[in-house]
Design a protein around this ligand. Sequence first.
Ligand code: NDP
Length: 277
Amino acid sequence: MSSLTASFAMPAAENPTVAVMDAVFAHHGLNARYLNCEVTPESLGDAVRGALAMGFVGFNCSLPHKVKVIEFLDELAPSASIIGAVNCVVIKDGRLIGENTDGKGFVESLRTVADPAGKHFVIFGAGGAARAIAVESALASASTITIVNTTASRGQDLVDRINADTPATATLVHWDDTFEVPTTTDIVVNATSVGLFPDVDARLNIDPNSLLPSMVVADVIPNPPRTRLLADAAARGCTTLDGMGMLVNQGRVAIKLWTGLNVDGQIMRRTLEELFT
Ligand code: NDP
């Protein structure tokens, strides 16, 4: 039987994920490649069919494809279905399965310092990252989730999803004033884009004195890993968790889904730190 191979040349955009994936594949002797392809919205269906045709084990998709890609898939994993967005596709036995590893990566990272079960969460933001974190934390048995967002309608949509589709209880705070974190809060999460490079001096509109040493304070911002929020929280004795941990773990979860392997997160983190510092 003859086998056909095809080689493609394509322009590659700068993407730190490629360096991180290459480093961890090399570390584990995995004969695999992670490619970064620019895909226009009009070409998304063709790109997905192409991945299937070329025997890929899966792919990640970023904005603006996270919702649109769903129409080209065969199946959605439960959390991706509630979140309503897919950042990772697994191709198994010719079927395309949509997953969302952002929230799973957050929960994996959180578990290094606290068990989400039974905890009271305050989450700032109601965009893609907040949706993934809130839903996955709720599915990991969080007790209550307070969504704090400047656009009330977006926040309410997330609250409704959590209350309808998960065991957790969610409420909305419309963020139109300086927010005081309630003293009963266990886990505080910045899931807004505030603090992302180059706006590293931007601060959340919260009272930093309401952060207590009993709280875990997490940030989704991977670059810089030490945000203003985390510096304020550390100064008040809180346990802190940076966005690099979430980024590394969402990649680890994706590799596990594609290959079944548990890869070394330290290699991934070191590669990211070299790129971001
Ligand atoms: P979205 O654009 O979907 O959502 C952004 C959210 O931030 C919205 O809720 C928005 O509020 C809120 N927001 C923006 N600016 C402000 C402000 N000045 N004050 C208060 N709220 C604000 O973005 P994503 O959710 O996709 O991404 C958010 C961040 O998460 C990004 O910085 C991204 O880099 C990071 N991220 C990190 C990951 C990781 O692995 N570490 C993974 C995915 C994302 P409103 O709804 O009112 O507009």
